[in-house]
Design a protein around this ligand. Structure first.
Ligand SMILES: Cc1cc2nc3c(=O)[nH]c(=O)nc-3n(C[C@H](O)[C@H](O)[C@H](O)COP(=O)(O)OP(=O)(O)OC[C@H]3O[C@@H](n4cnc5c(N)ncnc54)[C@H](O)[C@@H]3O)c2cc1C
Ligand code: FES
Length: 262
């Protein structure tokens, strides 16, 4: 884990309310694995005091890592106004990454809204022939152009709630459709997005006895296992009743979590 001041290389709006920022840090970049995150101090002043967590959504040229963020409150509103030449204090890479060591299986990457961030990084390191990215948004204006992080549109399916792009409906409809017609062994699922979406993906995985890892988002104060602010209930197969999202996650097997308590 590294704490340092990183130069902003760019910070640009790529979809409605959604920004892609590249930060220069050869050290964090070389250690970063898909699913990990950084804690960013968005302001030099004491307000807001707490760092904000953001998934690493990719790397560029060996010395930069990228974050993709949606403006939702005080911290992200400050972040949107930062630009090239500014520096931000970052701590990372943090947390447990996705485990995609199993070869020869197709992976479905299921993203809800800004939950696409860690899955972009994952898709970028996977064999394109072995993964499909399913992404759901409210409307077409929110759709993240994946080529901005070096991915192709191939193997990408989009759903929008209002039907302005791709399938009209939610992303789990797309997953249901794909799993329904899947005849090439057992796929592995990776998901990140709002809790109702994760619950649906987990339920579909349990029903079909598929491996599934989810990246979970909770409020975080420290990001390094010191405050207990991010604890979630563990399933009975774990040895402890609670798991810290920042330290034991943010990526969990669905079998590690108590879905009724989430
Ligand atoms: C491991 C992890 C990875 C994350 N990765 C990303 C990412 O790649 N891109 C991204 O845009 N966001 C990501 N988030 C969420 C991001 O940290 C919050 O959106 C951000 O901290 C909000 O800061 P703010 O000061 O703008 O909002 P605040 O002013 O603090 O809050 C504004 C609103 O956002 C809600 N909010 C705050 N924190 C979270 C949270 N952690 N999850 C859900 N809602 C929250 C608040 O309840 C409130 O309604 C991640 C969170 C975690 C825990
Ligand atoms: S955020 Fe402090 S323990 Fe996880």
């Amino acid at each position: 884990m590294i704490e340092q001041e990183a130069d902003i290389v760019f910070n640009r709006m790529i979809a409605r309310n959604t920004f892609l920022m590249a930060l220069k840090s050869p050290e964090i970049t070389s250690l970063a694995r898909p699913g990990q995150f950084v804690m960013v101090r968005v302001s030099k002043s004491a307000d807001p005091l707490l760092r904000r967590p953001f998934s690493i959504c990719g790397t560029r040229g060996g010395d930069c890592f990228m974050i993709l963020y949606r403006v939702v409150g005080v911290g992200t509103a400050i972040l949107r106004n930062a630009g090239k030449g500014d520096r931000l204090s970052v701590l990372g890479p943090l947390g447990r990454p996705f485990d995609f060591s199993e070869k020869g299986k197709t992976s479905f990457l299921v993203a809800g809204g800004i939950g696409i961030a860690p899955l972009l990084f994952l898709a970028g390191v996977m064999d394109p022939g072995e993964c499909m990215l399913l992404a759901g948004y409210g409307t077409s204006a929110e759709v993240v152009p994946v080529e901005q992080v070096g991915l192709s549109q191939e193997n990408l399916l989009i759903a929008t709630d209002d039907g302005t792009l791709g399938h009209k409906g939610v992303v789990t409809d797309l997953l249901e459709g794909q799993l329904g017609k899947w005849r090439r062994g057992r796929p592995v699922l990776f998901a990140c997005g709002p809790l109702p979406m994760l619950k649906r993906v987990a339920a579909m995985s349990f029903e079909r006895e598929l491996e599934c890892q989810v990246s979970v988002e909770t409020a975080m104060a420290c990001g390094i296992g010191a405050c207990q602010g991010c604890a979630v209930r563990a399933s009975s197969r774990e040895t402890q009743p609670y798991l810290q999202v920042c330290r034991h996650g943010p990526v969990f097997s669905i079998r590690s979590l108590d879905w009724k308590a989430l």
